[in-house]
Design a protein around this ligand. Structure first.
Ligand code: ZN
Length: 116
């Protein structure tokens, strides 16, 4: 999935900034993973999320940046890239799958940062 996302110039241009990297390292992976579950459930989980298509900020939390990079930012992008139709609430298994893609992207960003 991450390889497929990298074929999109739009998705591939997202990077974690220094503040988001520092935040992720300070909090630790378990807390960021919990945030990923909570933010996805609250913002894209409902059948008709509030402000769908504009609900995900572009910075401020590593999960927000990861959502744009992984096309989990809104139900339209989730439908197009992840094959989950709009119009019904995401299931626990779907949220689990999307959160694991978000975390894989964040893990890769943190690893890349240690090599810069
Ligand atoms: Zn979107």
């Amino acid at each position: 999935m991450l390889a497929r996302l990298r074929t999109s110039a739009f998705r591939a241009r997202f990077r974690l900034g220094p503040r988001e990297i520092a935040y992720a390292r300070t909090k630790g992976r378990a807390i960021i993973e919990r945030h990923a579950h909570e933010l996805l459930a609250a913002r894209v989980g409902p059948a008709a999320p509030a402000n769908d298509g504009r609900q995900t900020p572009y910075r401020g939390h590593p999960v927000f940046v990861a959502q744009h990079a992984t096309a989990t930012c809104c139900r339209g992008c989730i439908a197009k890239w992840h094959g989950i139709p709009e119009g019904s609430a995401l299931t626990g298994a779907e949220l689990e799958r999307l959160a694991s893609i978000v975390m894989a992207w964040i893990d890769a960003e943190l690893l890349a940062d240690t090599r810069r």
